[in-house]
Ligand binder design. Sequence first.
Ligand code: GLN
Length: 395
Amino acid sequence: MPTLSERVGTFTDSVIRRMTRISNACGAINLSQGFPDFDPPKVLLDALEQAAHNGPHQYSITFGAQNFREALAKKVSKTLGRMVDPETELCVTCGSTEAMMTAMMTICNPGDKVMVFSPFYENYGADAILSGAEPIYIPLVPPTYAFDLQKIEDGFRQGAKAIVICNPSNPCGKVFTREELYAISALVLKYDAFVITDEVYEHMVYAPYVHTAVASLPGMFEHTLTCNSLSKTYSITGWRLGYVCGPAWVIDGARKVHDFLTVGAAAPLQEAAVAGLELPESYYEDLRSLYTQKRDFFCAGLDRIGLRHNVPQGTYFVMLDIQAFLDLPQFQGYTDLQFCEWMIRNIGVAAVPGSSFFRENVNHLIRLHFARQQSTLEEALKRLEKMAALLQENG
Ligand code: GLN
């Protein structure tokens, strides 16, 4: 019998993506895998039509089409408060998923240690395994998701080469404050390490919280690989357009890794997405208001029907506390995964079990997202109300 690599035996398939498959099979409202059910901006659809007729249809430059990188550099320069050079400081990837993998493989040798906050977006675990890095987990402790800076210093003392920061954080909705990022950055500089940052939810940050790009802090551009994508910002998760931004010598390495991983992101989609990158500032303000409304509506609905949850500072995710259900006799011994499967089949709403994000033994939280049209959110809340009624019946 031939054997597979040990590597593939060390992680499971993505729980997030698995929940989507079960949800689709059962016809549930899918609030598990985060993606919108509404259209991208019309300028993007028109540009896509143009690209269909006029091309390009062949490979672009492996590290990103010239016009796409130039448009991207303008946008990223504003965020980072410095001129980003499209010739040397950007590598376009197939989504932020590839950007993160590329960043990790660019920096890490097998056995290198990398700090990862827990809870974390589940891909980071697989990124570490595939690149051979050994994660050191730094707890973000619910309900405030605060962390202990001393643990980060301990990690660097143990030789960690990098720290992964997801800001705003999937799944817990934490937005790192400027002070927190300054404190982490001081350690990164002290120990001459790297930050790998995932900032795909940068435009989904709710007042009074504000997004700070770690690479914009003094001295940090040289130590940061900023991973990002167009998926959430322009509602085009299926286009798989992402990028890594960083100092030229690091991006030179990243471009090599990326070239052999995927050759390049889809050329016609890069061409069409330039129209998105050129949208005025008001587009991002409108996007923030739209998601603020959705967050407020969804959280108010959960409050009204009596389900306990956090209020995210950023992202489009809400963590629901299901402990009260797990205490009911009919759910005795249920894992959060079993509870989510029960929810899909009996309530018609799909969520992601929190245990797939935590290193610690956490079984009482599940993740829902609200990147859905108003009518979908209303229907989801109606269904969740039936679930909440179980608590009253038994309580
Ligand atoms: N980032 C989104 C989530 O956490 C989508 C993940 C994915 O499947 N690529 O749900």
